[in-house]
Design a protein around this ligand. Structure first.
Ligand code: NAD
Ligand code: 2HG
Length: 540
C-alpha cells in the first residue's frame, strides 16, 4: 500500500481520485513546516504539493521512505531538487494544467493596471465618485515585451495580439519561425526591447539567470512610463528597484501576483499608487485547480502502480511501455552493477559502458543509471535507484562515460562495463537471452556464458586439466549442489574463470579447500538476486 501525503489544499476531484485508487491510501496534512514537515514526510511514500509548502533540504533530510513528489502546478522552486535527487526521490510536475488560467491572470492584471481598476474600486467603496484621478491607458497599439516564451508566455502573446498590441519577446529557446508564427518580434537580448516597450511581462522560472533580471539598471533603460507585470516568480523583478522606479515616475505601474517572500502582506508596494497585487492567484481557477490536482494524482498512481515516470524535473521521464520493453535490459544492467561491485571490491575511479547492437536503439541512459544503481546498492547506506545513482557515483569522484556502437558483436545486443580501479580495468559483459534471461558473456579477459542469479561462485585459475572435476568433488563432499557451471578463458593454457550457480551458500571450509588447489588463484561467493527478481525501485 503506497501512502500519499497531500501537503497543500488541492481540488476535491483529486482527493476523490486518490480515495478510489487501489493500493493507495492518503492523508491531507497542510500548513506543515520545520520538524513537523520532516517527520510527516518520513511516514509517506509519495507527496503532492502546490506552492504553499516548502520542501527544502532540511525537510527531506534523512528520509528513507519518500519515493516521489508530484507538484500540482508548474514551478518546483519550493522543492529542493538537488537533495531530492540525491535521496532518489523523483520530482514530477503538471506543466500544462494551469497555463491558460495563468495567461488569463496576466492579461487581467495588464488590463486592470492600465485602467487602474482596483484603485478606482477602492475609492468608490470609500464613498468617493472620482472620475479625474484614474485616467487610464489604452493597450491597443502599445508594445508588450515578453521574457520567456514557453507555454504561458506564448498564450499571453496570443491574447496581446487579439488586443491589437505589438509583441516583442526574448527566449533563448524560441525559434525565429515560431516567433513569426505567433506574431512576435524576437530580440537577441532582453535589453534590446527595453527602449520600445510600454509593458513588460515575464514568464520564466526563477533561476540564477532570471533572479533580479529587472533591477535598477534595467529599469533605467526602459521607456519612461513602462508598466511591469509578474505572474511568474517573485525575485525576477527586484522589489526595491520597483519601489524606486515607481517613486521616480520612471515606471508607469507595477502588477504582481508573486513575491520574493510569500505569503506577503507587508511589501511597501502594496501601499503605492499605480500598483496592483494579487496573492499568487495565477493558477487559482476551478478549471486549473481541478486539472492540476487530477494530473498530479494520476502521476503518483501511475508511478506507484507501473513505475511510470512522467513530467519528471530531476530525471528522464519513462513511460510504462518503455519500462516494459526494457525490463530485461534494466535487469541485466542492474545485475552487472551488482556483480562488478563484488568483483572489484576496491574503490572504482571510473566506469565506461559500451552498448552494442540493437540495445543502442533503446534508452541507454536509463540502463547506465540502472548499472550505477547496482554498483552502489550494497556500498551505500542510503537508497540507490535510477534517480540518484549517477549523482551519487559522480559525487564520489567516479567518472562515468558511455558509448554506443550500433554494429553487433557476437550477440545481437550486448552491454560491456569497464570499471577502472587504480591501474587495473575490470570488465564484465552481458546479454539478454529471450526477453528476460540475463547472461554474463565476459568477465575480465574470459569469454563465458553464465547465469547471473542466485549464489554465484566465481574462481580464477590456470587453464590446466582437472580443475572442473576438483571443484565439483569439493562441493560434492560438502553437500553443496551445483545448479550450473561454466568456464571461460581468453586463450588455451592461460588464465581462466569459472562461474558456478550453487543451490546453497558454500561453507567456509569448502571455499578454503577450493583455494588450496595449486592452480586456483582466487575464489569468492557473489550473492546475486534470484532469477526474475527485479530491483525494488522499478516498482514491480
Ligand atoms: N502565478 C502563478 O500562479 C503561476 C502559475 C503557473 C506558472 N507560474 C510560473 O510561470 C513560469 C512559466 O511557466 P510555463 O508553464 O510557461 O513554463 P515553460 O517551461 O513552458 O516556459 C518557461 C520559458 O522560460 C524560458 N526561459 C528560461 N530561462 C530564461 C531566461 N533566462 N531568459 C528568457 N527566457 C528564459 C524557457 O526557455 C521557457 O521557454 C513557471 O516557471 C512558474 O514559475 C506561475
Ligand atoms: O499552486 C498554485 O496555486 C501556484 C501554482 C504556480 O505557481 C505554478 O508554478 O504552477
Amino acid at each position: 500500500m503506497a501512502r500519499i501525503i497531500v501537503l497543500d489544499p488541492i481540488a476535491q476531484e483529486g482527493l476523490d481520485m486518490l480515495a478510489a485508487a487501489p493500493g493507495i491510501e492518503y492523508e491531507v496534512r497542510t500548513g506543515l513546516k520545520g520538524a513537523a514537515l520532516r517527520s510527516a514526510l518520513a511516514e509517506f511514500d509519495g507527496a503532492i504539493c502546490r506552492s504553499g509548502v516548502t520542501i527544502n533540504g532540511e525537510a527531506l533530510e534523512g528520509n528513507k521512505r519518500l519515493k516521489a513528489i508530484a507538484r500540482a502546478g508548474v514551478g518546483t522552486d519550493n522543492i529542493d531538487k538537488n537533495v531530492a535527487t540525491r535521496l532518489g526521490i523523483v520530482v514530477m510536475n503538471t506543466p500544462t494544467g494551469n497555463t491558460l488560467s495563468t495567461a488569463e491572470h496576466t492579461f487581467t492584471l495588464l488590463l486592470a493596471l492600465s485602467r487602474r481598476v482596483a484603485e478606482a474600486h477602492m475609492t468608490l467603496c470609500g464613498g468617493k465618485w472620482d472620475r479625474k484621478t484614474y485616467m487610464g491607458s489604452q493597450v491597443a497599439d502599445k508594445t508588450l515585451g515578453i521574457v520567456g516564451l514557453g507555454r504561458i508566455g506564448q498564450e499571453v502573446a496570443k491574447r496581446a495580439n487579439a488586443f491589437q498590441m505589438k509583441v516583442m519577446g526574448y527566449d533563448p529557446f524560441l525559434s525565429s519561425e515560431q516567433a513569426q508564427k505567433l506574431g512576435i518580434q524576437r530580440v537577441d537580448k532582453v535589453a534590446d526591447m527595453f527602449p520600445h516597450i510600454d509593458y513588460l511581462t515575464v514568464h520564466t522560472p526563477l533561476t540564477p539567470e532570471t533572479t533580479d533580471l529587472i533591477d535598477s539598471a534595467a529599469i533605467e533603460k526602459l521607456k519612461p512610463g513602462c508598466r511591469l507585470i509578474n505572474c511568474a516568480r517573485g525575485g525576477i523583478y527586484n522589489e526595491a528597484a520597483l519601489v524606486e522606479g515607481l517613486k521616480s515616475g520612471k515606471l508607469g505601474g507595477v502588477a504582481l501576483d508573486v513575491f520574493v517572500e510569500e505569503p506577503n502582506t507587508t511589501s511597501p508596494l502594496l501601499k503605492m499608487p499605480n500598483v496592483l497585487c494579487t496573492p499568487h492567484l495565477g493558477a487559482s481557477t476551478e478549471e486549473a485547480q481541478q486539472q492540476v490536482a487530477l494530473e498530479a494524482v494520476q502521476l503518483l498512481i501511475n508511478y506507484f502502480s507501473t513505475g511510470e515516470v512522467r513530467h519528471a524535473v530531476n530525471m528522464a521521464s519513462v513511460d510504462p511501455a518503455t519500462l516494459q520493453a526494457m525490463k530485461g535490459y534494466l535487469d541485466l544492467a542492474w545485475r552487472l552493477g551488482l556483480l562488478m561491485a563484488e568483483w572489484q571490491p576496491s574503490g572504482a575511479a571510473g566506469c565506461h559502458i559500451t552498448y552494442r547492437g540493437e540495445v543502442t536503439k533503446r534508452n541507454t541512459k536509463l540502463l547506465t543509471s540502472a548499472f550505477c544503481a547496482g554498483l552502489l546498492e550494497k556500498a551505500l547506506d542510503e537508497e540507490v535507484n535510477i534517480v540518484n545513482a549517477e549523482v551519487l557515483l559522480r559525487e564520489r569522484g567516479i567518472v562515468l562515460t558511455e558509448e554506443s556502437r550500433p554494429d553487433m558483436g557476437a550477440f545481437s545486443s550486448s552491454m560491456s562495463v569497464e570499471v577502472k580501479t587504480g591501474n587495473k580495468i575490470h570488465v564484465a559483459s552481458g546479454t539478454l537471452f529471450g526477453n528476460n534471461m540475463p547472461r554474463l558473456i565476459r568477465l575480465d579477459d574470459s569469454r563465458l556464458e553464465a547465469y547471473i542469479d542466485g549464489n554465484l561462485f566465481v574462481f580464477t585459475h590456470n587453464d590446466v586439466p582437472g580443475i572442473i572435476g576438483a571443484v565439483g568433488t569439493i562441493f560434492g563432499k560438502h553437500s553443496v549442489n551445483i545448479g550450473h557451471m561454466t568456464v571461460g578463458r581468453a586463450v588455451p593454457g592461460g588464465t581462466a574463470v569459472g562461474v558456478l550457480n550453487l543451490d546453497t551458500v558454500p561453507p567456509k571450509a569448502a571455499i578454503d579447500e577450493v583455494l588450496s588447489h595449486p592452480s586456483i588463484t582466487s575464489a569468492r561467493v557473489i550473492p546475486m538476486p534470484p532469477a526474475g527478481k527485479l530491483p525494488s525501485w522499478l516498482g514491480w
